[in-house]
Design a protein around this ligand. Structure first.
Ligand code: FES
Length: 178
Protein backbone atom coordinates (compact mmCIF):
# COMPACT_ATOMS: atom_id res chain seq x y z
CA UNK A 1 0.00 0.00 0.00
CA UNK A 2 1.19 3.42 -0.83
CA UNK A 3 0.63 6.52 1.30
CA UNK A 4 -1.89 9.05 0.00
CA UNK A 5 0.00 12.17 -1.22
CA UNK A 6 -0.64 15.31 0.75
CA UNK A 7 -1.45 18.61 -0.87
CA UNK A 8 1.44 21.07 -0.81
CA UNK A 9 -0.95 23.96 -0.01
CA UNK A 10 -2.34 22.39 3.12
CA UNK A 11 0.87 20.79 4.29
CA UNK A 12 1.88 22.21 7.58
CA UNK A 13 -1.10 24.60 7.83
CA UNK A 14 -3.05 24.94 11.02
CA UNK A 15 -6.84 24.67 10.46
CA UNK A 16 -7.49 26.28 13.80
CA UNK A 17 -5.43 29.34 12.90
CA UNK A 18 -7.16 29.64 9.52
CA UNK A 19 -10.56 29.54 11.19
CA UNK A 20 -9.52 32.29 13.61
CA UNK A 21 -8.20 34.48 10.77
CA UNK A 22 -11.40 33.92 8.77
CA UNK A 23 -13.45 34.87 11.82
CA UNK A 24 -11.44 38.08 12.33
CA UNK A 25 -11.80 38.90 8.65
CA UNK A 26 -15.60 38.45 8.78
CA UNK A 27 -15.82 40.49 11.98
CA UNK A 28 -13.77 43.35 10.51
CA UNK A 29 -15.88 43.28 7.32
CA UNK A 30 -19.07 43.43 9.37
CA UNK A 31 -17.70 46.31 11.46
CA UNK A 32 -16.74 48.25 8.32
CA UNK A 33 -20.21 47.65 6.84
CA UNK A 34 -21.81 48.95 10.06
CA UNK A 35 -19.51 51.98 10.06
CA UNK A 36 -20.64 52.93 6.55
CA UNK A 37 -24.20 51.58 6.62
CA UNK A 38 -25.56 53.19 9.80
CA UNK A 39 -24.96 56.84 8.77
CA UNK A 40 -26.22 56.15 5.23
CA UNK A 41 -29.35 54.44 6.55
CA UNK A 42 -29.87 57.30 9.02
CA UNK A 43 -29.60 59.91 6.25
CA UNK A 44 -32.14 58.02 4.13
CA UNK A 45 -34.66 57.33 6.90
CA UNK A 46 -34.40 60.56 8.91
CA UNK A 47 -36.51 62.71 6.57
CA UNK A 48 -39.26 60.08 6.71
CA UNK A 49 -39.57 60.10 10.47
CA UNK A 50 -38.51 63.64 11.38
CA UNK A 51 -40.82 66.45 10.31
CA UNK A 52 -39.30 69.67 9.07
CA UNK A 53 -40.08 72.42 11.57
CA UNK A 54 -42.64 74.98 10.41
CA UNK A 55 -41.48 78.51 11.06
CA UNK A 56 -42.97 81.91 10.23
CA UNK A 57 -40.51 83.83 8.02
CA UNK A 58 -40.64 87.56 7.37
CA UNK A 59 -40.71 88.39 3.65
CA UNK A 60 -41.09 92.15 3.92
CA UNK A 61 -43.00 95.00 5.49
CA UNK A 62 -46.71 95.32 4.64
CA UNK A 63 -46.09 98.61 2.86
CA UNK A 64 -43.47 97.03 0.59
CA UNK A 65 -46.36 95.44 -1.34
CA UNK A 66 -48.98 97.16 -3.49
CA UNK A 67 -52.60 96.04 -3.33
CA UNK A 68 -53.43 93.77 -6.27
CA UNK A 69 -49.81 93.10 -7.17
CA UNK A 70 -48.24 89.62 -7.24
CA UNK A 71 -44.50 89.40 -6.63
CA UNK A 72 -41.93 86.69 -6.00
CA UNK A 73 -40.52 86.63 -2.48
CA UNK A 74 -37.71 84.50 -1.13
CA UNK A 75 -37.11 83.27 2.39
CA UNK A 76 -35.25 80.62 4.38
CA UNK A 77 -36.78 77.20 4.88
CA UNK A 78 -37.77 76.08 8.37
CA UNK A 79 -35.23 73.31 8.95
CA UNK A 80 -32.29 74.98 7.23
CA UNK A 81 -28.84 74.17 8.61
CA UNK A 82 -26.21 76.95 8.86
CA UNK A 83 -24.07 75.30 6.17
CA UNK A 84 -26.94 75.04 3.63
CA UNK A 85 -26.25 78.45 2.08
CA UNK A 86 -28.53 79.35 -0.83
CA UNK A 87 -29.89 75.80 -0.98
CA UNK A 88 -31.73 76.53 2.28
CA UNK A 89 -33.75 79.27 0.62
CA UNK A 90 -37.05 78.90 -1.14
CA UNK A 91 -39.52 81.26 -2.74
CA UNK A 92 -43.22 81.85 -3.24
CA UNK A 93 -45.52 84.24 -5.06
CA UNK A 94 -47.14 86.74 -2.74
CA UNK A 95 -50.19 88.83 -3.58
CA UNK A 96 -51.53 91.67 -1.49
CA UNK A 97 -55.31 91.24 -1.75
CA UNK A 98 -56.39 94.08 0.57
CA UNK A 99 -54.70 96.39 3.04
CA UNK A 100 -54.39 93.51 5.51
CA UNK A 101 -54.89 90.28 3.52
CA UNK A 102 -52.26 88.42 1.52
CA UNK A 103 -52.16 85.17 -0.45
CA UNK A 104 -49.00 83.12 -1.02
CA UNK A 105 -48.67 80.50 -3.75
CA UNK A 106 -46.03 77.85 -4.23
CA UNK A 107 -43.74 78.54 -7.17
CA UNK A 108 -43.77 74.83 -8.00
CA UNK A 109 -46.14 73.50 -10.62
CA UNK A 110 -48.46 70.78 -9.29
CA UNK A 111 -47.63 68.61 -12.31
CA UNK A 112 -43.92 67.83 -11.94
CA UNK A 113 -42.71 70.71 -9.83
CA UNK A 114 -41.20 73.10 -12.38
CA UNK A 115 -41.10 76.72 -11.21
CA UNK A 116 -44.03 78.65 -12.62
CA UNK A 117 -43.77 82.28 -13.81
CA UNK A 118 -46.26 85.02 -13.00
CA UNK A 119 -47.37 86.92 -16.11
CA UNK A 120 -48.84 90.19 -14.88
CA UNK A 121 -50.19 91.24 -18.31
CA UNK A 122 -52.05 87.94 -18.80
CA UNK A 123 -53.03 87.61 -15.12
CA UNK A 124 -51.87 84.00 -15.24
CA UNK A 125 -49.19 81.72 -13.81
CA UNK A 126 -47.41 79.86 -16.65
CA UNK A 127 -45.33 76.72 -16.38
CA UNK A 128 -42.54 76.51 -18.97
CA UNK A 129 -42.11 72.74 -18.78
CA UNK A 130 -45.30 71.28 -20.29
CA UNK A 131 -47.48 74.32 -20.85
CA UNK A 132 -49.40 74.27 -17.58
CA UNK A 133 -51.41 77.45 -16.98
CA UNK A 134 -53.02 78.68 -13.73
CA UNK A 135 -55.48 81.48 -13.07
CA UNK A 136 -54.47 84.22 -10.68
CA UNK A 137 -56.27 82.41 -7.83
CA UNK A 138 -54.07 79.34 -8.42
CA UNK A 139 -56.74 77.21 -10.13
CA UNK A 140 -55.69 75.22 -13.19
CA UNK A 141 -56.60 76.97 -16.46
CA UNK A 142 -54.97 74.61 -18.96
CA UNK A 143 -52.40 71.87 -19.44
CA UNK A 144 -51.45 68.80 -17.43
CA UNK A 145 -51.38 70.12 -13.82
CA UNK A 146 -53.71 67.91 -11.77
CA UNK A 147 -54.27 70.40 -8.95
CA UNK A 148 -54.22 74.14 -8.23
CA UNK A 149 -51.02 75.76 -7.04
CA UNK A 150 -50.41 75.04 -3.37
CA UNK A 151 -51.14 77.98 -1.05
CA UNK A 152 -49.07 78.80 2.02
CA UNK A 153 -50.41 80.37 5.20
CA UNK A 154 -49.59 84.10 5.42
CA UNK A 155 -50.03 86.51 8.33
CA UNK A 156 -49.31 90.11 9.17
CA UNK A 157 -47.30 90.43 12.35
CA UNK A 158 -46.24 93.83 13.74
CA UNK A 159 -46.34 95.42 10.31
CA UNK A 160 -44.43 92.58 8.65
CA UNK A 161 -45.71 89.98 6.21
CA UNK A 162 -44.78 86.45 7.24
CA UNK A 163 -45.11 83.13 5.40
CA UNK A 164 -45.28 79.82 7.21
CA UNK A 165 -42.49 77.61 5.90
CA UNK A 166 -43.49 74.10 4.99
CA UNK A 167 -42.16 71.33 2.75
CA UNK A 168 -43.80 71.27 -0.67
CA UNK A 169 -46.93 69.16 -0.18
CA UNK A 170 -47.10 66.04 -2.37
CA UNK A 171 -50.90 66.08 -2.37
CA UNK A 172 -51.10 69.84 -2.95
CA UNK A 173 -52.59 70.54 0.49
CA UNK A 174 -50.52 72.64 2.84
CA UNK A 175 -51.50 72.01 6.46
CA UNK A 176 -53.22 74.96 8.15
CA UNK A 177 -51.26 77.09 10.55
CA UNK A 178 -51.76 75.98 14.15
S1 FES B 1 -44.26 70.65 -14.65
FE1 FES B 1 -45.64 72.22 -15.06
S2 FES B 1 -46.86 71.50 -16.63
FE2 FES B 1 -45.49 69.90 -16.25
Amino acid sequence: MTDKPTSPTTEGSDPGRRRVLAGISVALGGFAALLVGVPVLGAVLKPMVQKEPRVWRKVGAVNDFKIGQTVAVSYENGGTKPWAGVTGRTSAYLRRDTSTAFTAFSVNCSHLGCPVRWEQSADLFMCPCHGGVYYSNGDVAAGPPPRPLAEYPVRVNNGDVEILTTPLPIDGRVPKAS
